[in-house]
Design a protein around this ligand. Sequence first.
Ligand code: ADP
Length: 160
Amino acid sequence: MKIAVYPGSFDPITNGHLDIIARGAKVFDEVIVVVLVNVDKKGLFKVEERVELIKRVTKEFSNVRVEFFNGLLVDFMRQKKATVILKGLRAVSDFEYEFQMALMNNKLDPEVETVFMMTNAQYSYLSSSAVKQVAKFGGCIRELVPDEIIVDIISRIKGE
Ligand code: ADP
């Protein structure tokens, strides 16, 4: 059974992330979406809330699971007996960072292979931080994030 782990901050999940999850679910037997805890960054949503939002928008996929993890990705991979890290690539600007991460993770555990999927052209400009910026200034975030979580994002931003 080929298990892929799709890591990120997902603060919040966007249609770009969801597209990678949907495509990953077709290629791998199971996709585990993991929200990695970043102690240096205070998010808009708590890690547990991000997990709940991702679960809500991925419930149609029977082979997708969602969890969070506080630690090294390779340790999570070992726990789950997963050897593939799934990543999305948007633009050349993502490349350098992702290249470094892929090499580092492979150095930490040579069994680990990182697989990249090109973004859907439709979502190449999309990031969680861009969504937050747009929402903050009252712009429309429909088509940027799944419909089921629009209200959660807007009310959280207003409440801040
Ligand atoms: P963001 O940059 O949106 O905050 P994350 O850190 O949560 O995203 O990213 C998790 C993974 O999803 C990374 O591999 C990232 O390259 C990928 N990703 C993010 N947005 C997109 C998108 N619009 N299309 C494809 N992949 C994406």
